[in-house]
Design a protein around this ligand. Sequence first.
Ligand code: AP5
Length: 218
Amino acid sequence: MRLVLLGPPGSGKGTQAKWLKARYGIAHLSTGEMLRASIFEDGELGREIRLLMESGELVPDDLVVRMIEEKIARPECEKGFVLDGCPRTLVQAEALDQMLSDKHMGLNLVIEMTVDPDEVIRRISGRFSCISCGASYHVTFNKPLSDDTCDYCGHTEFEKRSDDSEETVRKRLDSYWSKTATLVSYYRDKDLLQSVDSMKPVNTVSLEIGRLISNYVG
Ligand code: AP5
């Protein structure tokens, strides 16, 4: 199963991709997480990436395409994968099509996650995550079962992302509408697109995604 989750910041791509990984045993490929990891690993390049991310800009296509190509070739992707946050531009979408077609594969489904802009600000300003496993929570909508312990790994330290200020989130939203939203029609034309209402609670959205997968992927 090869899926793409498409949606603005805060639409729940990361939350649902983690659920898909646990439910279907497929790999979760998040370009945001890969880029955040490379900030720590790669000196000069890491600094450039950090500046772009913290100002809400997209990272250059060629870098993202190389990262994804390398991940998709790994054994953990053989059973399938869910792409979270990629593609984000037409260049990335076409490069993904090409790299899958070179392997005689294609995408099964692209799920557009729709959410109101005001809700995005509410969600992101309350988001925090486990520093150990990266599980994402929200101070009101999606708290850990026990206030100070991660539900998934039992760790007790949490952090907030440096690009989650309201000003940067508004820039990330602008970037979604100017550069990424065009992919909705790109995938609709290929008959791959389905939408879910991501304003609903997390579990309801998961159920809806599961239903789409059983209807369209099998
Ligand atoms: P990235 O890390 O991909 O961030 P994003 O797309 O802006 O999305 P978020 O991670 O903020 O939100 P999400 O949709 O995953 O929501 P989440 O599940 O966390 O990218 C960051 C940056 O990296 C980009 O700005 C860019 O600079 C760069 N980048 C990344 N990929 C790139 C690419 N391909 N090309 C170029 N540059 C790239 O949920 C958010 C909050 O809401 C959480 O607190 C969660 O608990 C809560 N929540 C989730 N679902 C619900 C629900 N249904 N109801 C209530 N609360 C919910």
